[in-house]
Each structure stands twice: as structure tokens, then as C-alpha cells.
Design a protein around this ligand. Sequence first.
Ligand SMILES: *Cc1c(COP(=O)(O)O)cnc(C)c1O
Length: 358
Amino acid sequence: MHKKLFIPGPIDVREDVLQRMAAPQIGHRSKDASALQRSISEKLIKVFQTKNQIILSTSSGSGLMEGAIRSCTRKRAAVFSVGAFGDRWFKMAKANGVPADKISSIPGQPTTPEMVDEVLSTGKYDIITVTQNETSTGLMNPCREIGALLKNKYPDVLYLMDAVSSMGGTDIRVDEWGVDVCITSTQKCLGLPAGMAMCSVSERAIEAARQVENRGLYFDLVELYDFIHKKDYQYPSTPSLSHMFAMDYQLDRILAEGLEKRFARHIEMAEYVRAWARKNFALFVEDDRYLSNTLTTITNTRGIYIGGLNKKLGERGFVISNGYGDLKEKTFRISHMGDYTLDEVKELIKNIDDILGL
Ligand SMILES: *Cc1c(COP(=O)(O)O)cnc(C)c1O
């Protein structure tokens, strides 16, 4: 039996979108391939709210995260971490020999503009990375405010953002916030199968990257950027055409729903889960300003056995997530992202209530 995925990615993909993956292959150097990739880029520009170049990558989001920090760091990167995915960015920097320091927040607390200001005032850094939506703790960072700080006080510092679990599910204004590289994956809020990633990249990020000597090759943003420009939206190596058929179609669905409506639907689902969690448990993120709109991390105040709950949910055709890493059993996570509706979330919660006798 298929279990409906209420984990923070991958999530269920609508049947008609999934069907597009089965379309016949086309040559990746054909005019049709160029047209497909141009079409996707033009639609993603709207979702990212940017005029920057879109780069598609046949990898998961982590590939572009690694490529971005390696390609764009000239001097030293300040990696702001609010959990597992900020930590991952720091590990990538280290593994690539990229000079970097990690600035961690207490789990459940954000990266604040004040923290960023203090770190950048040392003058040691030319790039920062921030997690827009931390999937381990269910926290959304004040990225607009961080962007405003950079614009006002540190205009030469590059702003890299992990929006893997939020792009397409919450309002992220790449240009207005001054984000230089904004990265996301297919399998979360965009409601697509896992296996591709995309980012927007500013001209100045590319100019900075041109000054970096060892950028690798497959995830070198300059290589990808130049190839797209020279070869009419094509890529140096063979992309996942199947994903792109589905993406082109799903982006039409997303834009037809309308971004504002889509974001409102995510907030509606989030508010429902939060209200339930507050009534029966507690929210891991205590300050309401930083609650994620795309997933909720719930503190297991009742000490229930999450593994057992998930097994019983599985028998009913649902699955949620245990806590991430050290937070396993101490917390659990319910995602409300992608194409899910409030009714589907209500149905999940009804089943949890039933199993727990709430
Ligand atoms: C899922 C996730 C990632 C990793 O993305 P992949 O596509 O699995 O490589 C990175 N950051 C955040 C915030 C995520 O939720």
C-alpha cells in the first residue's frame, strides 16, 4: 500500500505530474531541449521572484549547495547554522578546502541580523550562507531582514540561501532581499519527484566565482552559467529530461494556482497543525515569528513512542517524520508542503488523534 508522505520531502506527487515523467526522451542537444529548458527557466524566475539566471542541476539540492559555496567563496565564508542543514553546508566547505567558519544558533532559535552584523563587522568574510527554512527544527529565518542588513552595511558580501524546503511554499523574494544564490530541490514544496535541483544566481556571484581558481567542474556555477548562455539554455552534461518534462508541467500548475494563493494554502495548513500541536504537545520553535510555514516540528511532551505511532499510521496509509538526528523521539515532524490541501492534513491529524486517543 502506498503511504501518503507527510515527511519533509520527498512528498507525494500528483498523478498527472508523475505521468509526465513517462514521456518519450528527446535529444539533449535538440532545439526541443533548448525550448524546454528555456520554458522552465522563465517559469522558475516567477517562482523565485527574480531576474537572475536560473540554473538547473541533475542532482539533489545538496549538489548545488556544495557547488555554490565552493564556486563563490574568494576569501572566507560565514556559515550560519540553525540545525542539520546549516551544519551540512559547513561540512561541504571543509570537504572542499573552502575557508569557512560556522556560527551556530541554539536549536530552535534563528540566525538574527544582529548575529550576522557582529560576524561581518570583523571584515573577515566575503560571503554568508543562511538556511531559509531549517527542516530539522521547523524554523524559518528572518531572511528579509538579513538581506536588508547586507544591502545597508555590507553591500559587497555575497548572500547564499538554502531554500530547499521552502521555495514554492512560502514567499521568498530573491531580488528584493538581495539573495545572490538561492537553491532549492524538486521533492519538497514544488511537488515534484526527487532528483533535480535548481538555483538562481546573480551576475555578481558569477563575477566573484570567476576569480576563484578551483571550482570543481560538475557543480561549477561559472561552467553551467556560461554553457547556458553559449548553448541556448543547454547544459554541459545530459540532464534528467524526464524530470524536466514533469517540471515544466508542474510549474504551469503552480503558476495557475497563483503564488499568493499557494503561499496562503501553506499557511493555512501550517496554522492547523500548529493549533493541534499547541493543544496536545508543544512547538519546538517557541517564538512564533520563526515558525516554518512548510513543516512543523513538535516537541514530544507526552513521551509517546514516535516509531510506534508511525507504524500504526503506516497501516492506515500515512507516514510522518521522527525528529532529526539528536531530536529523534524527542520531537516529530509533520510536513505540509507541495500540493497538499487542508483537507488532506486534517485527515492525517484525525488519524493521529484516533491512534493516540486524543
Ligand atoms: C532536504 C534539504 C536539503 C537537502 O536537499 P537534497 O535535495 O536532499 O540534497 C538541504 N537543505 C534543507 C533545508 C533541506 O530541507
